[in-house]
Design a protein around this ligand. Structure first.
Ligand code: RP5
Length: 284
């Protein structure tokens, strides 16, 4: 399942078609002299927003280039996959192989772009009792799902780790912004959210289910997504399970969704949910 979406065309938000990479040529260890990837950087990245790296390939800037495979000032440029290579142009090389596109596409950072995915779950209940799936005989979990505005796909309400931010803070911030519309909340509502977050997103409740490379449709040969997916489970359903969900920021809609292997989700999100069902011995 790795590196399937990262080879799909057109590239998100564009008409750019990737150079087709058959399964047998994904690995960099297979020589492929005929490989001619398309060079693409989205206009939003070219405009140089503060969260993006500059195009350090431009003349005269090379000595100020990023420090790869290291914590570079406030930016963590290390990969969960270990030390990544630099290509002949000194650009990071995607550790999972070829994607058919070079440069950064829609991604701000050269190399790994770190994200965090909060998977907030509760049991599906009817009249207070857990609902058991008729085929698996196991209780059904529900998770907070958002509909992404950029592609219309359902997803976990994750987001990018800001420079210098701790992953634990990103998990709370992104859930607040996308599933509870915290950006538009009043001061009183924000105070209430802070109290709720302290209990729901506590260290004791956090269960990391994944940390690594994500098969994301925005990945390129030189820039890719990595994430830490963490489960916060409300076993009794009376804390976060009772919350008034309201979509905000990058999310068009938000809802509790039953977890099942038939779910079609953004990037590798269903893979993370499978791990959550294993953790709680729930229906998949
Ligand atoms: C995915 O992109 C991650 O799993 C995370 O959910 C998401 C972060 O990107 P944005 O939602 O900020 O676009 O690869």
């Amino acid at each position: 399942m790795i590196h399937v979406k990262a080879r799909s065309s057109p590239y998100p938000g564009s008409r750019v078609k990737r150079f087709p990479v058959p399964d047998g040529y994904v690995s960099w260890s297979i020589p492929w002299p005929k490989y001619e990837p398309v060079d693409y950087t989205a206009d939003i990245i070219k405009a140089g927003p503060e969260w993006a790296d500059p195009d350090f390939r431009m003349e005269g800037q090379s000595e100020h280039g990023p420090r790869f495979n290291a914590v570079d000032g406030r930016i963590d440029r290390r990969s969960f996959q270990g030390c990544y290579e630099l290509d002949e142009d000194k650009l990071p090389r995607n550790p999972m192989g070829r994607t058919g596109i070079t440069s950064r596409g829609l991604l701000g950072k050269w190399g790994p772009n770190h994200a965090a995915d909060p998977i907030v779950t509760r049991w599906k209940r009817e009249a207070g009792e857990k609902v058991i799936h008729e085929l698996s005989g196991k209780p059904i979990l529900q998770f907070v799902a958002i509909k992404r505005k950029d592609c219309g796909e359902w997803a976990i309400p994750g987001g990018m780790v800001d420079d210098g931010e701790l992953v634990s803070a990103t998990l709370k911030r992104e859930f607040g912004e996308e599933a509870l519309d915290s950006l538009t909340a009043s001061k009183l509502e924000k105070d209430l959210l802070r109290t709720l977050f302290q209990s729901v997103f506590s260290k004791e409740k956090a269960k990391e289910v994944f940390a690594g490379y994500v098969d994301d449709p925005r990945n390129t040969d030189n820039a890719w997504m990595e994430t830490v997916a963490t489960n916060f489970h409300d076993d009794t359903g009376d804390s976060v399970g009772q919350m008034d969900l309201q979509s905000g920021d990058d999310a068009g809609c938000v809802q509790w969704s039953d977890i099942d292997q038939k779910l079609q989700l953004y990037a590798m999100h269903s893979h993370f949910l499978k791990r959550v069902t294993d953790l709680w011995d729930a229906h998949w």
